[in-house]
Design a protein around this ligand. Structure first.
Ligand code: OSB
Ligand code: MG
Length: 372
């Protein structure tokens, strides 16, 4: 493939309601959409999942923009034959910056799939036509608000919830949800908010309330604390932020610090690494599932394609478009179907149409780059 242009749009989309985690509250998402066009007239899209400030990980919109403008876009525009695999190799010497890499890689996968006449799901070797999903529930203003929020998501049709927790918002809210919904599958996610000393306390409230999975309670690099929590725990210990590449997964497995893997396309540099990590998890016999970063329909389509792979044995954090945004950037939007599922698009590429009119309405800036 040879590119004729790369357009970088900065988008701001208001969330339908604020999303609070241990690292902050998001009212809107501000992110980049990358549109690549080939000389043959194919158009591929990718999305960056970084936020304005580096709160989830060390990446931010500023770092993503810098990597794209100074390094990645010039490279792919210059290349006479660019593929997702070649791009991964060419940028491997740049440390980290996985979200920036992922924005490019996913757009290239969209193009490569279209060039082959298949969907991104087919391109990745995914074979499901629907994927099971759950919903990630932010920290709420009160416990009663949380119980009501969970109740509405269940009424919408979601089968499992992931409650965001942090010190001071854990035992009581989790217990209240458990009391109101005795059979519900409950996961929790702390986004690194606890010190390693909290191992016993976390085990206590998680076990008492039949939480089936605890995600990333400790710091990204606190592998040992996760291993201590996982030892003999009646719940899975899921790593999110700690796993950024194949080496970090290998180390976490060796340390027995991981009994479940959250695969996030943006965090690991794209779909190809995401697939490699899922395969490794399957070989280690630990369940894997696809996580989300409140993506628009563009990133969601890529994630859904990855979630359609057989290694993903737990429901994804990929909810319907209307759980996030009043108006999505794609058509059709993702809607929740029977059995808490989303349909995997079948058409070539991401399989949904990007609504350029809606993109224009929500964009803050736009620049187009060409070879030479
Ligand atoms: O840790 O999984 C996370 C959203 C933003 C940043 C981090 C996380 C999340 C979510 C939301 O949990 C998942 C979704 O997109 O629905
Ligand atoms: Mg998480």
């Amino acid at each position: 493939m040879r590119l004729s242009s790369a357009r970088l749009d900065e988008i701001s989309l208001d969330l339908v309601e604020p999303f609070e985690t241990s690292f902050g509250v998001q009212h809107a998402r501000r992110f980049f959409v990358l549109r690549l066009e080939t000389r043959d007239g194919l158009v591929g899209y990718g999305e960056s999942v970084a936020t304005e400030d580096p709160l989830y990980s060390s990446e931010s919109n500023a770092s993503v923009r810098d990597m794209l403008l100074r390094h990645f876009l010039p490279k792919i525009l210059r290349s006479p034959a660019i593929t997702p695999e070649a791009f991964r190799k060419e940028v491997a010497h740049f440390r980290g910056n996985e979200m920036a890499k992922s924005a490019v890689e996913t757009a290239l996968v969209d193009l490569a799939a279209q060039a082959r006449g298949v969907s991104v799901a087919r391109y990745l070797g995914s074979d499901r036509s629907r994927i099971e999903v759950g919903v990630s529930v932010g920290i709420q203003p009160s416990i009663s608000a949380l119980v009501a929020r969970v109740g509405r998501y269940l009424a919408d049709g979601y089968h499992r919830v992931k409650l965001k927790v942090r010190p001071g918002w854990d035992r009581a809210p989790v217990r209240a949800v458990r009391r109101r919904f005795p059979e519900l599958e409950i996961w929790v996610d702390a986004n690194q908010a606890y010190p390693p000393e909290a191992v016993d306390r976390i085990r206590d409230w998680a076990e008492a309330n039949r939480v089936s999975q605890v995600e990333q309670p400790f710091a990204e690099r606190a592998i040992w604390a996760h291993a201590l929590l996982a030892r003999g725990a009646p719940f899975r210990v899921c790593l999110d932020e700690s796993i950024v590449d194949e080496t970090s997964l290998e180390d976490a497995l060796a340390a027995r610090a991981i009994t479940c893997l959250n695969v996030k396309t943006g965090r690991v540099g794209g779909l190809l690494t995401g697939r490699a990590l899922a395969r490794r998890a399957a070989r280690a016999q630990i369940p894997a599932w696809v996580g989300g970063m409140l993506e628009s329909g563009i990133g969601r389509a890529h994630n859904v394609a990855l979630a359609a792979r057989g290694e993903m044995t737990l429901p994804a954090d990929l909810s319907a478009s209307d759980r996030y945004y009043r108006e999505d950037l794609v058509d059709p939007p993702f809607v929740l179907g029977p059995g808490s599922t989303l349909e995997v698009p079948r058409r070539p590429g991401i399989g949904v149409e990007v609504l350029e009119k809606v993109v224009r309405r929500h964009r803050i800036s736009s620049r187009t780059y060409r070879p030479g």
